[in-house]
Design a protein around this ligand. Structure first.
Ligand code: NAD
Length: 246
C-alpha cells in the first residue's frame, strides 16, 4: 500500500522532483498543494504531510498537521527563531523529520564534520570556515545545510551566533581564534555545494559535498516519510533516519 501524502510546494522545483519519483519509492502524492490552495480541505484524507514550500508556510502547516495527528517531513529552510520554536513545539504531539538537507552524502558530511571538529578543536590551531554555493534563484542565505554545519562547529567550540562572521567585508581586522567564517556564493544553476574547511598553519583539510541533481533530496525526503510513520511523537533528523549518530 502506497503512503498517501499531502505535499505543500508541489509546483516548485523540489515539489516536482518529489512527484516524479514518489511512485517508485512506495508513496503517492494524493494531495499536491501550492500557493493559494487550502490544505485544511484535505488534511484528514492524507497519512503524512511533506513541506517543501516557503518559510512562512511551514508553521501554519505544522500546526494543522499536529491538530490532525499527521506525521510530517519538513524540507523548507530559512525560518526565524520564533517560527523554529513554534514548529518544534508541534513535534511534541506528532513524529516529525525536519532536515535542512535530505541527501545521504550531506548527512555523512554532518557526521564527518562532527568527528573532525572533535579532533580539530579550539586548541588545535585550525580555523573553521564554511563555504556554500547555490543557484541564482535561491532566496535564503546561508543555506539550511550551511546553518547546520555552522551549528555543529559552534557546538563543538562552544561559540555563539555572534561569533560567526558572515561574508567579511571592509577593515574587519585579523581573524580571531574564536570565530567561524561563513560565505554564501550564488549563481547559475548550481544545485548545492558545501565545503567545511579547517585551515591550519602549513596544512588545510576540506570536506566537500557537491549535489548535481535535486532528486537526491526528493529520495531522502520520501525515505524519511516512510521511516517516520509509526515512530513515536518527537523531532527527528535525517541522521536518525539513516542511523548516523556521532
Ligand atoms: P521553489 O521556489 O522552486 O518552490 C517553492 C514552491 O512553494 C513554489 O511552487 C511556491 O509557489 C510554493 N509556495 C509558496 N508559498 C506557499 C504556501 N503558502 N503554501 C504552499 N506552497 C507555497 O523552491 P524549491 O527549490 O522547491 O525549494 C523549496 C524549499 O525547500 C526552500 O526553502 C529550499 O531552501 C528548500 N530545500 C530543501 C532541501 C532539503 O534537502 N531540505 C533541498 C532543496 C531545497
Amino acid at each position: 500500500m502506497s503512503l498517501k501524502i499531502l505535499l505543500s510546494g508541489a509546483k516548485g522545483r523540489m515539489g516536482q522532483a518529489i512527484r516524479s519519483i514518489a511512485g517508485e519509492c512506495g508513496c503517492e502524492i494524493t494531495h499536491p498543494v501550492d500557493l493559494g490552495d487550502d490544505p485544511t480541505e484535505w488534511i484528514a484524507e492524507c497519512e503524512l504531510v511533506i513541506d517543501f514550500s516557503l518559510r512562512d508556510a511551514t508553521r501554519p502547516l505544522a500546526e494543522l498537521a499536529a491538530k490532525n495527528g499527521k506525521p510530517m517531513v519538513i524540507g523548507t529552510t530559512g525560518h526565524d527563531p520564533a517560527d523554529r520554536e513554534a514548529i518544534e513545539k508541534t513535534a511534541s504531539t506528532i513524529p516529525m523529520v525536519w532536515a535542512g538537507n535530505f541527501s545521504t552524502g550531506v548527512n555523512l558530511l554532518f557526521y564527518l564534520t562532527q568527528q573532525a571538529s572533535r579532533v580539530l578543536d579550539a586548541n588545535s590551531g585550525f580555523d573553521p570556515e564554511v563555504i556554500e554555493m547555490h543557484h541564482r534563484l535561491k532566496k535564503d542565505s546561508p543555506s539550511g545545510t550551511a546553518d547546520r554545519l555552522l551549528e555543529i562547529l559552534k557546538d563543538s567550540r562552544k561559540l555563539s551566533e555572534k561569533q560567526v562572521s558572515h561574508g567579511r567585508s571592509g577593515m574587519v581586522g585579523e581573524r580571531k581564534d574564536d570565530e567561524i567564517g561563513s560565505h554564501a556564493l550564488r549563481g547559475g544553476d548550481v544545485v548545492g555545494e558545501h565545503t567545511v574547511m579547517f585551515a591550519g598553519i602549513g596544512e588545510r583539510i576540506e570536506l566537500t559535498h557537491r549535489a548535481t541533481d535535486r532528486v537526491i533530496f526528493a529520495a531522502g525526503a520520501l525515505k524519511a516519510a516512510k521511516w517516520v510513520v509509526g515512530q513515536p511523537p518527537g523531532l527527528y533528523s535525517m541522521q536518525d533516519v539513516l542511523g548516523l549518530q556521532a
